[in-house]
Write a protein that binds this ligand. Structure first.
Ligand SMILES: Nc1nc2c(ncn2[C@@H]2O[C@H](COP(=O)(O)OP(=O)(O)OP(=O)(O)O)[C@@H](O)[C@H]2O)c(=O)[nH]1
Ligand SMILES: [Mg+2]
Length: 295
């Protein structure tokens, strides 16, 4: 049996979380068209007859001095230090600039093998592929360079073959049915955040976090009651999330309900969702400690 931990790194929106979900055949990590969706190191576990790959999804590496971005950069860097293999994902539909150089400079210091991956092959032109491969040749010591579409599940088997080839012999670290190790509260808060940010555009996804205040499980009645807050930075933003006549919050609730229900098959679910504002939470160390506590 082979077993390896694989850190997945790349700029925001290159498709890291989408690929991990495709590999694990499960929504392990939330996704959105807006950048900086993933905020924590999130594990997705894949097991087959070859062994086990434990992926760590990381926040997209974004150059910025803001407190919250610094925290996210730290999470990404520390994920690299305890992995056996690095899967470096590039979205070559966008120009490869400073951020890509910053990542490749970080990667030049790591000792473990790197698999470089051009993602979004479904929309890549030949020129874009050529430019990305040239960039990689010049800047990254890759064990392999591959192409795939995480969204369409094309070329993903080849990625697994490459990773298993680099993995060492070892016992499985998780049971063969496991696909993640995230605490329940965190999974629920992420589902709600995903449904919220997918309804919003511009800066709003960045000013939101979700707090699950209570989960009450009644075994006798087979019922679950969840109370959660969607938290923005300013009062004015609350109205956008609630929407005209509560239109948006109703949609968020409906979509989140469907997905949270899957976590509790056979139980009735009550989801109490509220919106509140908390000024400047992105600079508040106590809030950040809560959001970024180690999973
Ligand atoms: N065309 C195409 N789009 C993709 C592919 N993979 C992901 N996307 C899209 O790219 C966007 C970002 O995907 P995510 O998986 O959230 O990206 P990420 O790298 O995890 O982003 P952060 O968490 O913000 O760092 C979404 O709109 C995805 O649907 C792909 O293979 N092809
Ligand atoms: Mg992500």
């Amino acid at each position: 049996m082979k077993c390896a931990t694989v850190s997945v790194i790349g700029r925001p929106s290159v498709g890291k979380s989408t690929l991990i979900n495709t590999i694990c055949e499960m929504k392990v990590s939330i996704t959105a068209p807006t950048p900086q969706t993933t905020r924590n190191a999130i594990r997705g576990i894949y097991t087959d007859q070859r062994g086990q790959l434990i992926f760590t999804d990381t926040p997209g590496y974004h150059l910025s001095d803001k407190t919250i971005n610094k925290r996210m950069q730290d999470i990404t860097i520390s994920a690299l230090s305890d992995s056996d293999i690095i899967l470096y994902i590039i979205d070559a539909t966008r120009a490869l600039k400073e951020e890509e150089e910053a990542i490749s400079s970080i990667l030049s210091k790591v000792k473990v093998p790197i698999v470089s991956l051009l993602n979004k092959s479904d929309v890549l032109t030949d020129d874009q592929k050529k430019d990305a491969k040239f960039f990689l040749e010049q800047n990254v010591k890759s064990a392999e360079v591959l192409e795939c579409s995480g969204l369409n599940d094309e070329g993903v088997d080849e990625v697994l073959i490459a990773l298993f080839k680099l993995a060492k012999e070892g016992e499985l670290l998780y049971s063969e049915n496991a696909y993640t190790d995230q605490p329940l509260e965190f999974r629920i808060s992420e589902i709600i955040r995903e449904k919220t940010i997918n309804l919003l555009t511009d800066e709003l996804p960045h000013v939101i976090y979700v707090e699950v205040a209570d989960i009450e499980y009644n075994e006798e009645e087979q019922s679950v009651w969840v109370r959660a807050f969607i938290i923005t930075e300013r009062d004015g933003q609350k109205g956008i999330i609630v929407g005209k006549g509560g239109e948006n919050i109703k949609r968020i609730r409906k979509e989140a309900f469907k997905e949270i229900k899957k976590i509790f098959p056979g139980s009735t679910l009550q989801l109490d969702l509220r919106v509140k504002a908390q000024a400047k939470w992105r600079n508040n160390q106590i809030v950040l400690d809560k959001i970024f506590r180690t999973l």
